[in-house]
Design a protein around this ligand. Structure first.
Ligand code: DAT
Ligand code: MG
Length: 135
């Protein structure tokens, strides 16, 4: 079975010049880039993307951050892609993330943790429809 996930290199990751490093890690794992684009996320799209967190105290900050500069969006294919990418990203709080993960290697701040990846089949389908309607 082949799965497709949605990955976003957040504004901090793009600004730090980590786009190539992260794409390289994804490709070397054996996953396949099915879609790729760089853009600044519109407020509407950011609020829809993070709708599950609408009631959280950090929601405003989260939307501000994700719309603060260009991101790189990826659609990624491969066997078990959704879970494999979550493992490669590391824990949400970079201080809990293992070395060798993107967050464990490149981030310290839970609010600025470099990368997003869909957390399950349902969110992958929803996020891909939102950000890659062309695929
Ligand atoms: P993940 O990105 O690992 O799926 P999540 O869906 O729980 O984590 O949260 C989405 C994003 O919201 C996360 O990447 C960073 C931000 N966030 C989560 N918890 C936070 C907190 N306690 N304080 C500030 N930002 C937080
Ligand atoms: Mg999440």
């Amino acid at each position: 079975m082949s799965d497709r996930s949605f990955v976003m290199i957040k504004p901090d990751g793009v600004a730090a010049g980590l786009t190539g490093e992260i794409i390289s890690r994804i490709e070397r794992r054996g996953l396949v880039i099915a879609g790729l684009k760089k853009l600044t996320v519109a407020r509407d799209a950011a609020e829809t993307h993070y709708a599950e967190h609408r009631e959280k105290p950090f929601f405003g900050e989260l939307v501000e951050f994700i719309t603060s500069g260009p991101v790189v969006m990826l659609a990624v294919d491969g066997h078990g892609a959704i879970g494999a990418l979550r493992t490669m990203m590391g824990a949400t709080n970079p201080l809990d993330a293992e070395p060798g993960t993107v967050r464990g290697d490149f981030a310290l701040d839970v609010g600025q943790n470099i990368i997003h990846g869909s957390d399950g089949e349902e969110s992958a389908a929803r996020e891909l429809a939102l950000h890659f309607p062309e695929l």
